[in-house]
Design a protein around this ligand. Structure first.
Ligand SMILES: [Zn+2]
Length: 110
């Protein structure tokens, strides 16, 4: 990831949720996420790349990456695909969120 990209953007780890949630499965996934972001951070620095973390409060899943409309119905995690009520773009939840996270990261360094 580092060698193929000049800029990498991800959401920041939600430390508060981690402290509140005592379920083992969630804790393991958060530790893995932490380790991934830690390695991205130091490898980016080592190789002269930029690694940007977006505030976890940013509504990356709810915003239509095509037109910017914020769809609060998408707060429900079971919604995996949706059609924007404003521009009719069809979204995969995770791909749409990834597009928004990248755009927000690039906006921050512009
Ligand atoms: Zn839209």
């Amino acid at each position: 990831m580092i060698s193929e990209n000049q800029v990498i953007v991800s959401e920041d780890l939600q430390i508060k949720n981690m402290e509140k949630n005592h379920q083992l499965a969630k804790a393991i996934s958060d530790v893995s996420w932490y380790e991934l972001t830690r390695q991205l951070g130091y490898k980016a620095e080592w190789n002269g790349r930029q690694y940007i973390k977006i505030d976890a409060c940013y509504a990356s899943s709810q915003i239509c990456a095509t037109c910017g409309y914020q769809n609060t119905d998408i707060k429900d995690l079971s919604v995996r695909e949706w059609i924007c009520p404003k521009c009719r773009a069809k979204h995969d939840r995770d791909i749409n969120a990834a597009k928004n996270i990248l755009a927000e990261g690039l906006r921050q360094i512009a």
